[in-house]
Design a protein around this ligand. Structure first.
Ligand code: PMP
Length: 430
């Protein structure tokens, strides 16, 4: 494939944008080479500036669950844009999307819209601190909750890839209030809670992490967190920015039947426009301004264009709940197909999957937490895999620490093509 124009555009971009990108992982720094500049996308495919057609397994890092340029979403945005793009006043569409989200997601009474997953998680933690009157939080190594200061303590994905888990600019004062635990290690969490009696406001967790690759929760782990929180008055925050409206209409809460106190959303809820949200039962949400004392705001929060896209997306999902089963089945098919060819080629690997989140690790050892994910990435095989996939028209995330996001626009023919490419490119892997 030819990437001449993409490389030229990247060179131009680097002159005026730090690293040529507006979000670090896009720069391909982890895997090497120049990033691909995308010109347009439709359904399961993205088309780059050199005219290459690629099967897309990133899907804008999750939002495009129904594929790109999905007609009802695009139509809703066009229709809305013609009536004005932002007013900074309440609009009816904000209530409509809130009503639908509250109906789809268990255990929430109210939801507040923000502009990104980062904002959602940052605001959720502030709310938890305000509500409990406590300051410390527990997060898990390798879980990513956006780039707000409290979370850049061994965060996953982009932050991980760049080897600066504790970014300069995050103060010691902030860092000391974030306590780190290992995902899937319930006893470790209990110890931290014991050592910080009555000081912890919340435990924030990606219930199914996707930022150290996809990691399935060990049996009893999330249930154990719930019980621990119930016993100690700590709030449990599920960061469902990736898993929300993907692993089920009601996210992990519905899929695994475990309830969280506060839930964070992003990605799918915005239908591809910049939207995040956080939600909880009335008692907690009424702590927010203007009703309660915890301040949180946004000039463009609830923006009509973004709400139109998000509402159209949620309507599609709520009216066609078979979509969740369909993407799970497609991902299972991909999983089984890749498993078979990797085995036949004698490649040491572990494929992790929960529903339509899947990741391939080049190690035989189980990948259950940040340490084992990092160990699997150490072989460097992922980078070769990534570039060979791209050369063969398959676009996966440019980092070993990301999950693949399957969209319902992918056909079984696309999946077969992908499996055939995996077979072809891994023959010399071990
Ligand atoms: N939480 C999770 C679980 C995420 O995966 C991400 C982004 N990948 C975020 C929070 C932050 O979202 P955003 O990039 O929209 O700020």
């Amino acid at each position: 494939m030819i990437y001449q124009r993409s490389s030229a555009l990247f060179a131009e971009a680097k002159k005026v944008i730090p690293g040529g990108v507006n979000s670090p992982v896009r720069a391909f720094k982890a895997v090497g080479g120049d990033p691909v500049f995308i010109e347009r996308a439709e359904g399961a495919y993205i088309y780059d500036e050199d005219g290459n057609k690629l099967i897309d397994y990133i899907n804008s890092w999750g939002p495009m669950i129904l594929g790109h340029a999905h007609k009802p979403v695009v139509d809703a945005v066009i229709d809305r844009a013609q009536k004005g793009t932002s007013f900074g006043t309440p609009t009816e569409i904000e209530t409509k999307i809130a009503e639908l989200a509250v109906k789809m997601v268990p255990n929430i009474d109210k939801i507040r819209m923000v502009n990104s997953g980062t904002e959602a998680c940052m605001s959720a933690v502030r709310l938890a601190r305000g509500f409990t009157g406590k300051e410390k939080i527990i997060k898990f190594a390798g879980c990513y909750h956006g780039h707000s200061d409290s979370f850049l303590i061994q965060a996953g994905s982009g932050a991980m890839t760049f080897g600066t888990p504790n970014s300069p600019g995050v103060t010691q004062g902030t860092a000391k209030d974030t306590l780190l635990a290992a995902y899937n290690d319930l006893n470790g969490v209990k110890q931290i809670v014991d050592q910080n009696k009555d000081e912890i406001a919340c435990i924030i967790v990606e219930p199914v992490p996707g930022n150290m690759g996809c990691i399935p929760p060990a049996s009893g782990f999330l249930e154990g967190l719930r019980q621990l929180c119930d016993e100690t008055g700590i709030l449990l925050i599920f960061d469902e920015v990736m898993s929300g409206f993907r692993l089920a209409a009601g996210g992990v809460q519905e899929r695994l039947g475990i309830h969280a106190d506060i839930v964070c959303f992003g990605k799918v809820i915005g239908g591809g426009l910049p939207v995040g949200a956080f939600a909880a039962r009335n008692e907690i949400m009424d702590y927010l301004a203007p009703v309660g004392p915890v301040y949180q705001a946004g000039t463009l929060s609830g923006n009509p264009l973004a709400m139109a896209a998000g509402l159209a997306m949620l309507i599609e999902l709520s009216e066609n709940p078979e979509i969740f089963n369909s993407i799970d089945k497609k991902t299972e098919y991909l999983h089984e197909g890749m498993e078979k060819v990797l085995k036949a080629n004698g490649v040491k690997h572990t494929i992790n999957r929960v529903g339509s989140m899947i990741s391939v690790h080049f190690s035989e050892d189980p990948v259950t937490d940040f340490a084992s994910s990092a160990e699997a990435a150490r072989s460097g095989k992922f980078n070769t895999f990534f570039h060979r996939m791209l050369e063969n028209g398959i676009y996966i995330a440019p980092s070993a620490f990301e999950t693949w996001f399957i969209s319902d626009a992918l056909s079984y023919e696309d999946l077969d093509k992908t499996i055939a490419v995996v077979e072809k490119i891994t023959k010399d892997f071990d």
